[in-house]
Ligand binder design. Structure first.
Ligand code: 9MR
Length: 378
């Protein structure tokens, strides 16, 4: 039998050794815990989100998936919840990518966004027409909208926290866009969509989302929409300012004016699709509508291999301007979401001119945080 005293000494030695090991580990552990990330930095002012693609969600791009989980506390699906993808035929839904998306967000405790329920673009071909291709009646369109919204929101109830209910219903002059929804139902399609969404999940946040919100006439259109939703007797939580930005606009002053005007509605605001293209934007184009497609020419693709330092510097200065304003207005801005994880994954490489090399996001093509991105981690 072992001597009790020896055992005690033995225990003390073990305890001392473990303490030393722990102390030796401590700096590393501390380093891990405090490693700068967007979610620990700017993500404390408002949700910092990213638009994710299906490769990132289904594991094909595992490096991207890990980066998203580490850096962001909110996600939005770039394409998989649009009606043509999730509801391709009237009696058929395709949940594959959307389920993987929502599972990812749930697993990583993120603020999960649904994008988007009613939109004229990437619209399922059956949605607004009958077998012969003629517009359906107002009654039928309302039934279809209700079923679409209710089925999708019910499936993800309690797991998708906020929805872009209606996307891009305005023209830049503030008038209603003459979409199929507007053609058949008039302006009522917007409050009606919000009513269906609120009934499907009363706890979900509900947003109106649009681009070029720095244009005063478009802001007035958004104010009209918010008023119409409230008058219909149904709630709206927030307004999404997409914010696809360029090197020549919008200005920080325009952005700040937009924040002031739109927040006068009492709605919270979200920067929902932020990107800053570093390459020339054709003068005769605007906004973010994919119906516009510019002719490729080398003048529109000036940096096919790398962004020159001088341009990177200008890009960073513009980024700082935008993010400073967002931070100054964090009382009303609840989320800033970047449209695309890396420069390589960004839609800006192909819009408004296809086949270019752009530098519009927070991470470069090797998944490395840019210098400016690192400042947001503080
Ligand atoms: O980033 C999306 C791109 O992959 C699609 O091809 C495109 C098709 O419309 O949609 C892009 O996302 C859009 C978003 O859903 C709504 N606002 C404008 C965005 C850029 O077109």
């Amino acid at each position: 039998m072992r001597n009790y005293k020896t055992l005690n000494v033995g225990r003390s030695v073990i305890a001392l050794t473990m303490a030393c090991v722990l102390m030796a580990c401590a700096p590393n552990e501390k380093k891990q815990v405090t490693e700068p990330t967007l979610r620990a930095g700017i993500g404390q002012d408002f949700f910092i989100g990213v638009a994710v693609n299906s490769d990132q969600m289904n594991g094909t791009d595992s490096v991207g998936a890990a980066l998203i989980a580490k850096q962001f506390n909110s996600i939005v699906p770039e394409n998989c919840m649009k009606s043509e993808s999730i509801h391709p035929e009237e009696n058929r839904y395709d949940w594959t990518d959307a389920d993987a998306y929502v599972d990812f967000g749930t697993k990583h405790h993120m603020f999960v966004i649904g994008h988007c329920l009613i939109w004229h673009s990437q619209l399922a071909s059956w949605f607004c027409v009958d077998d012969k291709g003629n517009n359906v009646s107002p009654k039928v369109l309302k039934q279809r909208m209700k079923k679409h919204i209710t089925t999708i929101m019910t499936r993800y109830k309690g797991r998708v926290n906020g929805w872009d209910v209606v996307n891009e219903a305005l023209l830049d002059n503030g008038a209603y866009r003459p979409s199929k929804f507007y053609e058949i139902l008039g302006a009522e399609f917007i409050p009606y969509a919000f009513k269906c969404a609120h009934e499907a999940d009363p706890d979900a946040e509900l947003y109106y989302n649009d681009y070029s919100m720095h244009i005063p006439a478009k802001q007035q259109g958004a104010l009209r929409i918010v008023k119409s939703i409230k008058e219909y007797g149904t709630p709206i939580t927030g307004i999404g300012m997409q914010s696809h930005c360029n090197m020549d606009g919008p200005s920080v002053t325009e952005v700040e004016e937009a924040i002031k005007t739109l927040s006068s509605t009492g709605c919270s605001l979200m920067v929902t699709e932020f990107d800053l293209s570093a390459i020339p934007f054709p003068k005769d184009m605007s906004g973010a509508g994919i119906e516009q497609a510019g002719q490729y020419s080398e003048i529109y693709n000036p940096y096919p291999t790398a962004l020159p330092d001088s341009v990177a510097q200008q890009w960073e200065t513009r980024m700082k301007g935008y993010f400073d304003v967002y931070r100054q207005h964090k009382d009303v801005i609840k989320r800033v979401t970047v449209w695309g994880l890396t420069d390589g994954a960004s839609w800006r490489n192909d819009w408004p001119v296809a086949g270019r090399t752009d530098y519009a996001t927070l991470f470069d093509r090797t998944y490395k945080a840019k210098t400016f991105t690192q400042t947001l981690m503080k």
